[in-house]
Design a protein. Structure first.
Length: 323
């Protein structure tokens, strides 16, 4: 667990300047290279893998729904402090009501993952979620849904897309109809949630959007806890774990939402999905190898194929721009 703590410390230190300063937000306002946003997308994927490992420890300690509430409380406290330090005007602008639903939809992602867990393998959940995100991302890019920029699909990308699909399929090892459908739906909710959060950030600010994400998410997950998780924990018996780092999932969640809010409106939804996925896959393989002494060659190969397919498409896009 010492390794996990050190990895967490390294990652949070590396993005501290991005979150607590206005550098990234100022870059959003200026046109230029997308390389920074590609890097931030990869970083978000890395943080998601670490967050999953940390949240897993919290779930073992308290249960899925109790852990979800704790994660949202910790995240809300952190982003509230950041907003207060930055003296953000949270209520200065009223936006369309549906832009505030990102946090609510994010809670459904947790519920869907919980339903699928144990019915199909984790790698299958991961791959099907990527498939759902990829399809949704392509639709958003093609038609400019949610007032997002249009990135029409070009036939030249079929080679890269074929490699990406091959990578996804290589990670799916078993099926159960309901769990497969729910895992695919998870990919849809992830894209919709981060898109709504990003549009709200565009109307307000990156930090204010993240604050609303956690406020709405907490409002939703509390009744979900009482309805589905009331048997998990009795308040009178609540006790803090000695493994303090299991409570930091909310901190990492804030980092992921902030980074997503920064990158979503700057690069293709499809590329954002794949870059985050690559960060998740390779970090997940590393975490499993170091902490659990487990290594999945199949998942690694799938990740490599997705990475190659993404690089092919990015290279083709760059050649078109240069031409």
């Amino acid at each position: 667990m010492t390794i996990c703590q050190e990895l967490f410390s390294f990652l949070t230190d590396s993005i501290n300047a991005c979150i607590l300063s206005d550098i990234a937000e100022e870059r959003i306002k200026r046109p230029g290279s997308n390389s920074m946003y590609y890097i931030l997308s990869l970083l978000a994927g890395i943080l998601i893998s670490v967050m999953v490992a940390v949240n897993g420890g919290l779930t073992v300690q308290y249960g899925v729904y109790s852990a979800t509430v704790i994660i949202h409380i910790v995240g809300l406290i952190l982003i509230t402090v950041i907003v207060l330090l930055k003296r953000e005007k949270v209520f200065s602008k009223r936006c369309a009501w549906f832009l505030y639903l990102g946090g609510a939809i994010g809670v459904s992602t947790t519920v869907f993952n919980n339903f699928a867990f144990g019915r199909i393998s984790v790698s299958a959940i991961l791959a099907l979620g990527l498939f759902g995100q990829s399809v949704t991302g392509l639709v958003v890019d093609q038609y400019g849904l949610f007032s997002m920029p249009k990135y029409p699909f070009a036939k030249r990308k079929l080679i890269g897309l074929t490699l990406i699909l091959a990578g996804i399929l290589s990670m799916v090892d078993n099926f159960e109809t309901a769990a497969v459908i729910v895992s695919f739906a998870t990919g849809i909710t992830i894209v919709v949630s981060r898109t709504l959060n990003a549009k709200l950030a565009d109307e307000t600010s990156v930090r204010v959007s993240t604050l609303y994400n956690y406020i709405v998410g907490l409002i939703i997950c509390i009744p979900v806890f009482f309805f589905l998780g009331s048997n998990e924990i009795v308040p009178a018996e609540f006790a803090l774990s000695q493994d303090w780092y299991i409570y930091l999932g909310g901190v990492l969640g804030v980092c992921v939402v902030l980074l997503s809010n920064i990158t979503v409106i700057r690069i293709s939804a499809f590329y954002l999905t794949l870059l985050m996925f690559i960060g998740q896959v390779f970090t997940g393989v590393l975490i499993d190898a170091v902490i659990s002494q487990e290594f999945s060659l199949r998942i690694l190969i799938g990740g490599v194929l997705v990475a190659i397919g993404l690089c092919v498409n990015l290279l083709l896009d760059r050649r078109k721009i240069e031409a």
